[in-house]
Design a protein around this ligand. Structure first.
Ligand code: NGO
Length: 532
């Protein structure tokens, strides 16, 4: 069991540069003090950037500030930034089109031709007294830069009502880009259903920490959560249950489109998961013909896994899967569809292979790249299939061999990336089948080298998983996600050489709390972290 008691609350002042030593209230001393408080924010960024240089005085946003873009390509990011800043600052922050640097008193968002060594999701940020510039090759890079800018401003920027403070961005340069192109977070909306507003809030949390994929676990034994026109009982009958039998629901096609659009504005790609052939109790409850015995399954409000399957030998199974995948592909602009494949305990190996041999090509036929939990590799699918590793061990020879044969992997080891694992024995929410996962455990691994025999080049990136057997509300989600999540988000973004020091990370993590307090995040105040 991880030992929280070894980590006493230490002053976050170490991380914020000795501010306490400066006497307050005296003219220049006070200005120096403020400058050093501002500069400290360069040192508390999560995820930690590739390069940060502090240069003294920085840019202060005032009611004279304008946001400039060179053309319409950067407008979406500019609007997101303006919307975010307007409420707490009370300033108009008009968006103007202007070639090149925007001149004095501008936050200038520039898209430039890729220069050598610049990553397509990377950005450069410069702040000095006359203005602030974020430059990137792609809008996604500008968006990442905007999330950094957000953390460079005083925490009060997280308020949604007008605050009176000086909105100074410390002077400096940042050069930054992600270690992994793919940074994911999974959310189980099947065991308990979460409404559109809750998922939007979740997407905002991903964006805040530069995570760019949301994997929605849309179907399981306890509920079917996405409208499928050709099989309407899935939601007419299969969506009105959840673990414990409480109120539940599903996303209409319009609501799903709303989520996609919300995520797109934040450069987050949604990956829908239809878990097959097991974890299909809700479908089996909705349609008798999908069951081998031709009888509808009973509603499931428990938490058992592995005891359901679509009937492998029936043609109707594949008509069903084809229709579902076709409709899901039609409503999903992103390149991936996840088809589960985990814990199909009531089918034989040969039945499992038969099923995947027919179903993987269906995903490809509808123009999507298949992802499965790593058991999918047992069926030897085409190498385009991505496998998501979710066991706890470092040794998985079959997975390593598949990676050597060209399969890409997503790293979600349950011992580090499962956000639903309890922090310690006293955590009331969550599960512990993979052990307890303290916040330090969530940081203490390397997605690029976790699996023996797998080269980092085969790893698309890390993905957190948040299963909802025990989670019913946004507050529950937040409790397990904060602070479990920012450590994994940092492992996905920041250079490996900068992510191996917990003693340094714990201070940066602690400094995030003042923002969560204002955001109203129900985070777990683990004694492992020296909260301010
Ligand atoms: C496992 C299982 C899920 C559970 C989860 C709980 C996978 C891929 N299948 O992860 O059905 O909800 O653990 O932690």
């Amino acid at each position: 069991m991880p030992d929280d008691s070894n980590f006493r609350r230490r002053s976050v002042l170490r991380a914020i540069g000795g501010v306490s030593a400066v006497s307050l209230g005296v003219g220049t001393a006070s200005a120096r003090c403020k400058e050093s408080t501002d500069a400290a924010r360069l040192e508390t960024l999560v995820p930690v950037p590739v390069d940060v240089t502090s240069t003294g005085r920085g840019y202060t946003i005032t009611d004279a500030t304008t946001i400039t873009v060179e053309d319409a390509t950067a407008e979406g990011v500019a609007e997101y930034l303006a919307e975010f800043l307007r409420a707490p600052t009370g300033y108009d922050l008009p968006i103007k089109t202007h070639q090149g640097r925007g001149g004095r008193d501008t936050i200038s968002l520039q898209l430039s031709e890729p220069s050598s060594g610049d990553h397509e999701q990377g950005y450069r940020l410069r702040s000095n007294p006359s203005g602030l510039t974020i430059r990137a090759n792609e809008p996604a890079g500008l968006f990442a830069g905007v999330q950094t800018l957000r953390q460079l401003l005083p925490p009060a920027i997280e308020h949604d009502t007008e605050q009176s403070t000086e909105w100074t961005v410390p002077g400096g340069h940042i050069r930054d880009y992600p270690r992994f192109d793919y940074r994911g977070a999974h959310l189980d909306v099947a065991r308990h259903f979460f409404d559109v507003e809750t998922v939007k809030q979740f997407i905002d949390y991903l964006a805040q920490y530069k995570v760019n994929h949301l994997h929605l676990h849309l179907t399981d034994d306890q509920g079917w959560r996405i409208e499928i026109d050709s099989w309407p009982n899935l939601t007419d009958e299969g969506a009105d249950s959840e673990v414990g039998g409480g109120p539940s629901g599903y996303y209409t096609k319009e609501e799903y489109a709303e989520l996609i659009e919300y995520a797109q504005r934040r450069y987050v790609t949604i990956i829908p998961e239809i878990d097959l052939p097991g974890h299909t109790g809700a479908a089996l409850e909705s349609y008798a013909e999908l069951n081998c015995d031709g009888t509808k399954r009973e509603e499931d409000t428990g938490t058992n896994v592995g005891d359901t399957t679509l009937c492998i030998d029936k043609d109707v199974t594949y008509e069903f899967v084809d229709d579902v995948i076709r409709e899901v592909a039609e409503m999903t602009p992103g390149p991936y569809i996840h088809i589960g494949g985990d814990e199909a305990h009531v089918v034989s190996d040969s039945e499992y292979n038969t099923f995947m041999d027919r179903v993987v090509p269906i995903v490809q036929k509808y123009g999507k790249r298949p992802i499965g939990w790593h058991q999918i590799l047992d069926a030897e699918p085409p190498s385009e299939t991505i496998a998501q590793y979710w066991y706890t061990g470092h040794d998985a020879p079959d997975v390593a061999e598949a990676a050597q044969n060209g399969h890409d992997l997503i790293a979600s080891p349950a011992s580090h990336a499962y956000m639903d694992m309890k922090y310690n024995e006293d955590t009331e929410l969550g599960l512990d089948w993979a052990g307890l996962t303290s916040v330090k455990d969530a940081y203490d691994w390397d997605p690029g080298s976790f699996l023996n025999g797998v080269d980092e080049s085969a790893i698309m990136g890390p993905e957190t998983a948040l299963w909802s057997e025990t989670l019913e509300t946004l507050e529950d989600i937040e409790f397990m996600f904060f602070p479990h999540f920012p450590p994994v988000a940092e492992l996905g973004w920041s250079p490996a050489a900068k992510t191996d020091e917990w003693d340094e990370f714990e201070h940066r993590l602690a400094a995030q709390a003042s923002r969560w307090e204002i955001q109203g995040v129900n985070y777990y105040q683990t004694p492992q972290v020296p909260w301010p």
